[in-house]
Design a protein around this ligand. Structure first.
Ligand code: F6P
Length: 377
């Protein structure tokens, strides 16, 4: 390809992106979003719309790891669905419940007093059976028996892959909503639960700092995020950690030791290193072990924060995000969308094909990583 045609291709791509954001800016613009989506993604005309001519009943399920704000999202889905005249159904325990026919009809009051609660009133699960043809067929029969032809899946990338295959095979419209603390989905700036989880981590590290300081200790704190480092990077900056180890950047134990030694020489008397669970040097225990081999400037301790990060009352940010996305999901389905995830980019609702949301992780913010290095000297 010549340089000229390469540049032309890039200009064309930039125009498409501009067009996409211009036209997919609000939930009131679902039809325009759909058109923009089709043009930008070059997908065939019916690949992002529901094959069902008219949706009357919508089922909701939460899938994968639960995330704070899922309840606020269920509330928004149920209330918006009823507002627009749909019959709303909840499915218990994700795709497993779909296969087993574990449905309950939802009304306005079945979602009262849940906006402030962590977890999910619909329960969640990771289903092996739904990955099989037979499992999907059973799930479809359950929906068909009840006349339900639309499904909202609140979850992460694994849940979206399942939803996409299901919707390709059967006449069921599918809408995804990003519900995971990991913040690792493409097509939204933030996932539901990420803000609360990050605040939980900051709160925990603040407490660890008190005891670290009292004993002149160095702590290695492991946080969740699967193979993404968003929680570690943001919480690490907010909690003033000495070093942040994430899967998106190459971790070098020798460099870590050098910077810890420098800090000690600069009169630091305690410290905190945050380790994302997906970092390639292993978990916090492994990193601590490797550092100990080269440096004895501190007594070292390890804390694995674990599932505390998934629980708790959702933050204001997560409640608002979940509420906006719940409304966007129903309005998208109402306007004939399917196989897309509703997300928020630059404070505007955007619909992204499920295949892209699940496959392309969002980019890590290099600048955040850069400033973390400056501020921890
Ligand atoms: O995807 C959310 C998440 O909490 C990840 O951060 C973590 O790796 C995983 O789920 C833990 O899953 P489980 O609760 O099944 O152990």
């Amino acid at each position: 390809m010549t340089i000229r045609s390469k540049i032309n291709k890039e200009i064309l791509f930039a125009k498409k992106i501009y067009f996409f954001f211009e036209f997919s800016s609000t939930t009131g613009n679902c039809k325009k979003s759909l058109l923009a989506l089709r043009i930008c993604t070059k997908l065939p005309p019916n690949s992002l719309i529901s094959m069902s001519t008219s949706i009357q009943k919508i089922a909701i399920l939460t899938s994968g790891g639960d995330a704070p704000g899922m309840n606020a999202c269920i509330r928004a889905l149920v209330r918006t669905g009823i507002y627009y005249g749909f019959e709303m159904w909840g499915v218990t325990r994700g795709y497993d419940g779909l296969i087993k026919g574990d449905f309950k009809k939802m009304d306005l009051r079945s979602v009262s007093n849940i906006i402030n609660r962590g977890g999910t009133i619909l329960k969640s699960a990771r289903s092996e059976e739904f990955r099989t043809e037979a499992g999907m067929e059973k799930a479809y029969q359950q929906l068909k028996e009840r006349g339900i032809n639309a499904l909202v899946v609140v979850g992460g990338d694994g849940s979206f892959k399942g939803a996409y295959h299901f919707s390709n095979k059967y006449d069921v419209a599918v809408m995804g909503l990003p519900g995971t603390i990991d913040n690792d989905l493409y097509g939204t700036d933030f996932t539901i639960g990420y803000d609360t989880a990050t605040n939980t981590v900051v709160d925990a590290i603040d407490k660890i700092r008190d005891t670290a300081d009292a004993h002149n200790r160095l702590f290695f704190i492991e946080v969740m995020g699967r193979d993404a480092g968003y929680i570690a990077l943001n919480a690490g900056i907010a909690a003033g950690c000495e070093d942040i180890l994430i899967p998106e950047t190459k971790t070098n134990i020798d460099d870590l030791v050098v910077s810890l030694k420098k800090g000690r020489a600069n009169r630091k008397t305690s410290g905190m290193v945050i380790v994302a669970e997906g970092d390639e040097e292993g978990g916090a225990y492994e990193v601590a072990r490797k550092v100990k081999e080269q440096f004895d400037g501190y007594e070292m301790k390890v804390t694995i924060l674990g599932h505390i990060q998934r629980g708790g009352s959702p933050s204001c940010f997560d409640r608002v995000l979940a509420s906006r996305l719940g409304v966007a999901a129903i309005e998208g389905l109402k306007d004939g969308m399917s196989k897309v995830m509703a997300g928020i980019i630059n404070n505007k609702v955007v619909y992204t094909p499920l295949t892209q949301a699940a496959k392309l992780h969002s980019d890590m913010d290099d600048d955040l990583y850069r400033i973390s290095k400056i501020l921890s000297i």
